[in-house]
Structures are given as C-alpha cells and as structure tokens.
Design a protein around this ligand. Structure first.
Ligand SMILES: O=c1ccn([C@H]2C[C@H](O)[C@@H](CO)O2)c(=O)[nH]1
Ligand SMILES: [Zn+2]
Length: 182
C-alpha cells in the first residue's frame, strides 16, 4: 500500500508557494491574472470579494436547512475561487460554502490565501464560519483575512487567528514527542 507522509506534502507546499510568489511578482496591483480571476490584493478587495460571495450564495444547494451561504476566496496570486453550501439527503455529508471554496482552490494548486468573504441571508447580522471551516482555514495559515458580511453590504474584518486562537496546525505535527517511535 502506498503511504503519504507529512514530509511528502511539505515539499508540495514549498513548490506551490514558490510558484504563487513568481506569478505574483509579475502582476501589477489591481491586474487580474486571467479570465477567471477577480482581483489582486489591495484596494476594493473587501467589496469585490463580498460581491462575489453573494453571487456564489445564489448557487447554494440547501433544500434541508434553507440557509444559503456563499464564499469568495482570494489567493495570493490574485485569483478568486467561490463556493456555496452543498447539502445532502444524508445530512452529515453536506459541506459549507467556505470549505467548498477552499477545496476548489487547493484542487487547482493554490495554497496561499489573502482573504475570504462570507455571505448569508441573516438579517442585520454578520455570518460567522463554523468551527470545521475555521480549522480548515487554519490549515493554510493564521494570518489572513476573513470578511464576515451582512446582506446590507456591511462587514466585519477578522483574521483566521482571531477566529481560532491557540489552534492546532501542520507545524504541531513536526514537534518533538515523548516517544519518537510512533
Ligand atoms: O458559515 C457557514 C455556516 C453555515 N453554513 C451552511 C451549512 C449548512 O448547509 C447550512 C446550515 O448550517 O449553512 C455554511 O456554509 N457556512
Ligand atoms: Zn463551516
């Protein structure tokens, strides 16, 4: 049976970081990277990401909860991936909008993120990500932005660190243990 270890994955990570940096350095502020890209980090980022998250909310598949959520994730390369919640008749198989967006991005080789915007229909309230999504965000760093939006376009800006302080992450797996043989 083929096995994958942490150090295999780490080399993938370094590779991807290097390629994202390379693409970023050739990109002027505000310039998009291709037909599917939205925006580069910088001015107007929050408003545009929130707009994209609301658009994605329109695709929410949520016949059970009737609770629509959309997310728009900005990579360090300036590309935007959107996601919506996708529920299932076998209820615990549903996935949140935030994780849908992250999984789309990772599946296309993007591991470095600047920000994610989240939108819902909650009246006069910001939408907060669930615990599972916070942990999945944290896998890709603690120092990036989460825009929690309300339907009227107002938003609260937080970081992954704010939302999940004192977290467990990839580096913890590399720390020394009392037993080294397992
Ligand atoms: O931040 C959130 C909170 C909830 N949901 C989804 C999960 C489920 O489909 C529905 C109700 O919990 O909303 C998200 O996608 N993101
Ligand atoms: Zn979630």
């Amino acid at each position: 049976m083929e096995r994958f270890y942490w150090w295999d994955r780490e080399s993938d990570l370094e590779h991807s970081q290097a390629s994202e940096t390379a693409r970023e350095s050739t990109q002027a502020p505000g310039m998009s990277t291709g037909p599917d890209s939205g925006l580069a980090p910088g001015k107007g980022q929050a408003a545009e990401l929130i707009r994209r998250s609301k658009e994605a909310k329109g695709f929410a598949y949520c016949p059970y909860s009737k609770f629509r959520v959309g997310a728009a994730l900005l990579t360090s390369a300036g590309k935007v991936f959107t996601g919506c919640n996708v529920e299932n008749a076998s209820s615990n198989l549903g996935i949140c909008a935030e994780r849908a967006a992250i999984q789309k991005a990772v599946s296309e080789g993007h591991l470095n993120f600047e920000a994610i915007a989240i939108a819902s229909d909650l009246k006069d309230q910001f939408i907060f990500p669930c615990g599972a999504c916070r942990q999945v965000m944290r896998e890709f760093g603690t120092d990036w932005v989460v825009y929690l939006s309300a339907p009227d376009g107002t938003y609260k800006e937080m970081t992954v660190e704010n939302l999940l302080p004192m977290s467990f992450g990839p580096d913890d797996l590399k720390k020394s243990k009392v037993t080294e043989d397992n």
